[in-house]
Design a protein around this ligand. Structure first.
Ligand code: AMP
Length: 404
């Protein structure tokens, strides 16, 4: 069985999935796993496509010093115990910079170019690249593909790409990139099946998870996003503030004496729903609480989503459909109802019963703007890209790529 390994390497965990390539070329998810607690309590967990447990193992902290070692352990487990030897690896890479508008087959030159982007995504890019480099060193002939969170947004025109700062900084890469691109690309690829009548229209997709953003799609292409230079901007998130006056950052530095590293840590880890509620970054916990600060955090989340939806509708000059996705978007009846209520002026009319039963379409039949819930699948998107790049190589015989 030919398989593709999909890797999503973070700062303290690495998630992986294995897809088999079926006879008809379709991809079938076989395994989902992750090695987390790197640096604290390393643990390998994996399950089959049906959720059946395949592994749950703890490791001593010193046995898993970093993310590449964690991926190595997971890779050895796949190879030695499950006899899974992938024909290619697809990586989620957070930043493709200004130039990569699509996935790319990795070689040493690509790695060097991606290394120059570390300053643009210091929390994620180094871990993505460390894992790629270690696979490249161990299996030099194994094809690896980098799939970028920014690439889908490279269709933005200049208005959506610039900040009002001197041109030199734009030339250096200080641009409004936008993120969650693999999720949006998956949704855009799914819409023609889910909602063919609006797939070529003006659609807002709300990716509401621990990270949260929204995109404006026109004819399936990204024209505007709530995120910008980094994944801090836009909507409030689990632990990130979303849009914030840069003056607040200046205040933290000049009045609170915080270093750049301390401000970075603060903005990525201590703000958002967690900072505002003082309770949790987890929406389920906030929804279960009747603490006024939890209610404030949820209301703020809804308010900012509705404000940003207005902005994206302006970018699109109208709205033909609204889509919810990711953990909160797919799971929370309350958040979807709260957003829909605030978007009534745009033509959204929710069907509460359809919303409660987690239907695919949750708006009333007479809603001018239909509202959908579409589960995202970034890993499948990466696997598809990897397979497609593999097939388009000049010597495209997947079996030649096999490692022993
Ligand atoms: P993600 O980053 O996409 O995995 O989403 C994680 C977020 O989704 C967390 O804040 C979870 O609390 C939230 N979430 C997942 N399922 C639900 C649900 N059924 N209701 C409310 N929030 C949910």
């Amino acid at each position: 069985m030919d398989t593709i390994l999909v890797v999503n390497a973070g700062s303290s965990s690495v998630k992986f999935q294995v897809f088999s390539i079926e006879g008809d070329g379709k991809l079938q998810r076989q395994i989902k796993g992750q090695m987390d607690g790197i640096g604290t309590r390393p643990r390998l967990r994996a399950s089959g496509a049906d959720g059946s447990p395949l592994a749950d193992r703890a490791y001593p902290i010193e046995a898993v010093p970093d993310v590449p070692v964690a991926m190595g352990i997971a890779g050895d487990w796949l190879r030695n115990e499950l006899r899974i030897i992938p024909i290619a690896v697809g990586h989620r890479v957070v930043h493709g910079g200004p130039d990569y508008d699509r996935p790319v087959l990795i070689d040493h030159g690509v790695v060097a170019r991606l290394e120059r982007l570390i300053a643009l995504a210091p929390l994620h890019q180094p871990h993505n690249l460390a894992t790629i480099r270690s696979v490249l060193a161990k299996f030099p002939t194994l094809p690896q593909v980098a799939c970028f969170d920014t690439a889908f947004h490279r269709t933005h025109d200049a208005m959506a790409d610039y900040y009002a700062i001197p041109h030199q900084l734009h030339a250096e890469g200080v641009r409004r990139y936008g993120f969650h691109g693999l999720s949006y690309e998956y949704i855009a690829s799914t819409l023609p099946h889910v909602a063919p009548e609006v797939a070529n229209g003006r659609v807002i997709v709300a990716h509401l998870g621990n990270g949260a953003s929204m995109v404006a799609l026109k004819d399936g292409r990204s024209v505007e996003s709530t995120m910008g230079f980094t994944a801090l901007d836009g909507l409030p998130m689990g632990t990130r503030p979303g849009q914030i006056d840069p003056g607040v950052v200046l205040y933290l530095i000049s009045e609170k004496g915080m270093s750049a590293a301390a401000v970075q840590d603060f903005l990525y880890r201590d703000c958002g729903l967690k900072g505002l509620s003082g309770i949790s970054n987890d929406m389920r916990e906030l929804e279960a609480s009747d603490d006024p600060r939890a209610i404030l955090a949820i209301d703020y989340f809804l308010y900012r989503i509705s404000l940003n939806a207005g902005m994206l509708a302006a970018a699109l000059q109208g709205l033909d459909a609204f889509v919810f996705t990711a953990g909160i978007g797919e799971g929370s009846v309350r958040i979807r109802a709260g957003v829909a209520e605030r978007l009534g002026w745009l033509g959204v009319a929710l069907d509460p019963a359809e919303n409660s039963r987690q239907a695919r379409r949750i708006s009333r039949s007479d809603s001018r703007v239909p509202v959908y819930v579409v589960p995202t699948d970034e890993e499948l998107m990466i696997a598809r890209h990897t397979l497609s790049l593999l097939s388009s190589r000049p010597s495209a015989n997947p079996n030649h790529a096999r490692v022993s």
